[in-house]
Design a binder for this molecule. Structure first.
Ligand code: SAH
Length: 331
């Protein structure tokens, strides 16, 4: 729902401003049409139905994994692909993975989204409508900004969405913003962001290797980014999640695990999440499970908190950008 247009439409119809709030409350609780909004006069419901689409996004395709993960590919009004995922866990967690941009300008070499042409930043409503799509299917309680795009290059809209998510059922403490290490964004969120969580996609413990796989590292060098994350930890009193993709033969040796421990210690400001790579046509292979386990044990022995991420939705191309990249490249 384009909330600005909604407000204008209401004003144009001579409606009091609280009507906009009523519509938002319905949407946040999963309503899929104006007709369901029974505290609006029925004439108004009809007029709104005529004038305003219920979502700024059209569903183009959706897929459901055997593990319950559900992925949607949307199109914006100007035909930009956007994807989002709902992950269902046995403990009842319902976690959304949202996109902040259509495509991404940051060409990380392992990422399917990075191989697509960059489209544009998504609007607040386009990000919110991804969440509302899944909220119409069932109640949701966690969000990660780990879909397409770099959230901190679109931080105004991402933060505006973070402020609205609690109404949908997702507390700020259950919302995680993931970044490549966009330094000004981390600093801004440290000083003025809502009480959300921060995740850093690190993927390598030194500048040489990191710049090779993440060109953005030349712009914001790793040491400065890690220092900014420590600052977050001290100001915000929350540990920073470190995302570390396990790429076969690239960044998964025992020596590199030690180097990573050296970088993150002595203070335990971080929680490392080792991510099994979801092959996505970029030429990389995921590390074998035994190599991931050895890497994790090395970190733990050194006193670094480390876990291995549960892989979800592999059978439906649920990794970052996979579905949209396929659509954009002709299947
Ligand atoms: N731009 C932000 C958020 C989007 S990517 C960021 O980079 O953090 C979210 C996470 O998915 C990142 O850690 C990214 O490195 C990871 N990722 C990208 N491609 C992947 C793949 N094929 N398999 C597993 N994780 C992937």
């Amino acid at each position: 729902m384009d909330l600005e247009s909604l407000e204008e439409t209401m004003a144009g119809l001579g409606q009091p401003s609280y009507r906009t709030g009523q519509v938002w409350e319905w949407l946040a609780r999963g309503a899929g049409s104006f007709e369901e909004m029974t505290n609006l006069p029925s004439g108004l419901r009809g007029e709104l139905t005529e004038k305003l689409p219920i979502s700024t996004l059209a569903v183009d395709a959706s897929a459901k994994s055997v593990d319950g993960t559900e992925k949607a590919l949307f199109m914006t009004a100007d035909n930009r692909p956007v994807e989002a995922v709902l992950m269902r866990y046995r403990d009842g967690r319902r976690s959304l993975c949202l996109s902040s941009q259509s495509g991404c300008p940051l060409t990380c070499t392992f990422c399917a989204t990075g191989t697509m042409k960059f489209g544009r930043n998504l609007t607040e409503s386009e990000i919110l409508d991804q969440a509302l799509h899944f909220r119409r299917i069932e109640p949701v309680n966690h969000t990660v900004f780990m879909g397409m795009g770099e959230p901190m290059m679109n931080l105004d809209n991402v933060l505006a969405v973070c402020e609205r998510l609690p109404a949908i059922g997702i507390a700020n403490s259950h919302t995680t913003v993931s970044t490549v290490g966009w330094l000004p964004g981390i600093v801004r969120m440290t000083n003025e962001g809502p009480a959300v969580r921060l995740a850093l996609s690190l993927h390598a413990p030194n500048d040489r290797l990191r710049s090779e796989i993440m060109p953005v590292n030349d712009r914001y060098p790793m040491e400065e980014v890690v220092a900014a994350c420590r600052e977050w930890r001290h100001t915000r009193k929350r540990k920073v999640f470190i995302e570390y993709l396990m790429l076969d033969g690239v960044n998964d040796s025992v020596e590199i695990a030690h180097e990573l421990a050296d970088l993150l210690l002595p203070k335990n400001d971080f929680k490392v999440n080792l991510i099994p790579y979801n092959p996505s046509g970029t030429g990389y292979q995921g590390s074998p499970r035994a190599v991931i386990d050895r890497f994790r044990e090395t970190l733990i022995t050194r006193g670094v908190h480390a876990t291995v991420r549960l892989t979800r939705g592999r059978d439906i191309d649920a990794a970052c950008g996979q579905l949209a990249a396929k659509a954009a490249n002709g299947g």
